[in-house]
Design a protein around this ligand. Structure first.
Ligand SMILES: [Zn+2]
Length: 470
């Protein structure tokens, strides 16, 4: 494959995604003549962004020594099947938790791509005939076969002379900051990539690890670089569950299968143990969420003390929980009366089993629909939160008589205060800090806050730019 990029001199990093936006995370390192790709994510959200997934990689995938992943979210890992299909033959480094999560997540991503193409061909909604999936299950399987899992704090070498260490980022299971070092003595250079940075004091996952070495260059995420999260919202969740239980209603919770579902299950059990809510029947109705919950339970290296074995708390299972794997089990809920809780995907009600629960329950005034995550513009979730009185599901207009609640404060991303707290653990100022993974205003605000509060040299990473590491 021809390679038309300019020849870089010296060590550089090139921002190829999640620069000026939050998805498509991809940073190309050229160090000591070696090429390492940090993250290999899909662009998500608006159509103009998603179309970028169809462009050729701006480098030859076969020329990479390795990929080093920060975590399993699709906007950080979802382009791996494409990379392998286009000729990448190296290892994909990740933590043990990330390796396990990637299997259901990449296969699901491929499945969604195939479904989308099938839908486009059936309804002729694409200008391409036939519409093709971005990638298929086989491509995902090939990517999965290249995974190389590592423990936290274990040094590994993605390319000769490059020493790499993962530390906990506390964003989702397996998420890590990536510390790379190369050269020796006075010539040693370090780059630190925050990946997606999580929260302090969250249930299940341990706090972010402190940073032990001063990096020359820091790439820090800025999703909520201009925001502060509200206090932990479990008190509000308890009120909503109690009220719904009193009217013997059904609580439908559209939830992301990865992390949000597990956090909600933990908090519901905790509230039961504290006697703040009754232990009503709770159904987890998403095969992916069930698989991910099992993975979360297995990876004790990520667990905080509140997950210590033998405690009544620390379980990703309310007392009367039932996991529903088959669609027949899912449909059987339609016949059942409340009080009960149904946790189902997708988190923004854009698809998945939650749709049939909404179609069935929204017209019932005893129902509560509870959103515990970000709802993007244009999604059914956002329409409901904004007070829609009817909602289109499966081609039908469904009347909304249910209570609709939105819980703020459940987020897997550090807010500005938490990012600064993590930066406060650094033993010294990086020579240069680049804010990545943020909309322009969030990234700008974080960069100027870092300049003014910490006195560091910080700027916003520009999409496509190549910057030196020196
Ligand atoms: Zn993430």
């Amino acid at each position: 494959m021809a390679n038309h990029e300019p020849v870089a001199t010296g060590d550089t990093v090139r921002f190829l995604g999640a620069a000026g936006t939050v998805t498509g995370s991809k940073h190309l390192l050229e160090i000591d003549g070696r090429r390492i790709l940090l993250d290999c994510g899909l662009f998500q959200g608006l159509k103009a962004l998603r179309e970028r997934n169809w462009r050729k990689f701006p480098f030859d995938p076969a020329s990479l020594d390795a990929v080093v992943l920060s975590h399993a979210h699709i906007d950080h890992s979802g382009a791996l099947p494409l990379l392998v299909r286009e000729g990448f033959r190296g290892k994909i480094h990740c933590t043990a938790g990330t390796a396990e999560l990637l299997e259901p997540m990449l296969l699901d991503a491929a499945h969604l791509q195939e479904e989308e193409a099938r839908f486009a061909n059936k309804h002729r909604t694409s200008k391409h005939a036939p519409a093709l999936p971005l990638y298929v299950g086989k491509d995902a399987e090939r990517a999965l076969s290249r995974l190389a899992p590592h423990g936290y704090a274990d040094e590994f070498s993605p390319a000769p002379g490059v020493r790499t260490i993962y530390r906990r980022a506390s964003h989702i299971l397996g998420s890590a900051t990536v510390s790379l070092a190369w050269g020796r003595g006075g010539d040693e250079r370090r780059l630190l990539f925050s990946g997606d940075l999580g929260r302090y004091g969250r249930p299940i996952l341990r706090d972010p690890d402190p940073v032990e070495e001063r990096p020359d260059v820091l790439l820090v995420e800025s999703t909520y670089g201009d925001r502060f999260h509200p206090e932990h919202p479990s008190r509000e969740l308890a009120r909503i569950v109690r009220e719904a239980a009193e009217r013997r209603g059904v609580i439908v919770i559209p939830a992301f299968a990865v992390d949000r579902t597990q956090e909600l299950l933990f908090v519901l059990r905790d509230l039961e143990e504290r006697g703040e809510i009754p232990a009503i029947p709770t159904y987890v109705d998403s095969p992916m969420a069930i698989e991910v919950t099992a993975i979360y339970s297995r990876h004790t290296e990520d667990h905080d003390v509140d997950m210590a074995p033998g405690t009544a708390r620390g379980q990703l299972a309310p007392r009367n929980v039932k996991m529903l794997r088959t669609s027949a089990e899912s449909k059987s809920l339609n016949e059942m009366a409340g009080p009960m809780i149904v946790v189902s995907a997708s988190g923004m009600a854009t698809g998945g089993r939650v749709l049939h629960h909404l179609a069935r329950r929204l017209p019932d005034p005893t129902t509560t629909v509870l959103f515990a995550g970000y709802q993007a513009a244009g999604t059914r979730g956002r329409l409901l939160v904004d007070g829609a009185r009817t909602l289109r599901i499966f081609g039908q207009q469904v009347t909304v008589r249910a209570h609709v609640e939105k819980l703020d404060g459940y987020s897997a991303h550090a807010d500005q205060g938490e990012i600064l707290r993590w930066l406060g653990t650094f033993p010294g100022a990086p020579a240069r800090t680049w804010c990545v993974h943020g909309e322009p205003q969030a990234a700008d605000t974080l960069a100027s806050t870092i300049r003014h509060r910490l006195g560091w040299d910080a700027a916003v990473a520009e999409d496509g730019a190549t910057v030196p590491i020196s």
